[in-house]
Design a protein. Structure first.
Lengths: 124, 124
């Protein structure tokens, strides 16, 4: 196998149920990764073009499920099963699915979670 | 937290003991990841510069432990505890540690493992 042109890193971090910021696995990312792997294989992209890996926390739990797309170095967020077709189409054409691309503000812990963290005096 | 300038993805895939091609976790990658995280924090790089994540198999088991460096899109291989200082120094300076960078031939399953796979008629 060659070094693939792109790597997807699907966060599969799981936090305990009820964690305020949630986690990608609790939002279904394990299943998303498995489906992505299948789709890439079916489209003939898996062996040379794109490898779909799982990863630990990408630090954007509140907008998960999140997927780091490298070497393009952007992150898809709030990804659902219904987005995978567009994501794989995009990989085939070398295009991003703009509506899913996280913006700078998405990388910041939302205000209400910041307030909660301050009140609890520990990471939430 | 901002989107870090770089992500390291340390393969922590573990295969059963005795698997011919071995695995990164069996070669100590879980400990390497933990140490890298500590070092990045100590050097003040963790919050904005570099995030060290774990990942599933990067498909170069035979030259593991392996670490994908993104968005530079190269892979460090055969990484040992003694290499981490040079890796983190390199991240600080924006330089690669050339002796650890996997070359195109490293991405191919070695001949002896290919022969074994052929003999066993299944992935090894």
């Amino acid at each position: 196998m060659a070094h693939r042109k792109r790597h997807l890193f699907v966060c599969v971090n799981r936090r305990p149920d009820g964690t305020p910021k949630g986690s990608c696995a609790a939002r279904g990312s394990v299943e998303l990764h498995a489906r992505l792997k299948d789709m890439l294989k079916q489209r003939g992209l898996a062996e040379t073009e794109v490898r779909a890996c799982t990863s630990s926390c990408l630090d954007v739990c509140w907008v998960g499920p999140s997927i780091a797309v490298e070497p393009d170095h952007f992150v898809y967020g709030r990804v659902g099963e219904g987005d995978l077709e567009a994501i794989v189409d995009g990989l085939e054409r070398g295009q991003r699915v703009e509506r899913l691309v996280l913006q700078p503000a998405d990388f910041e812990l939302p205000k209400e979670l910041k307030a909660l963290e301050k009140a609890e005096k520990k990471p939430i």
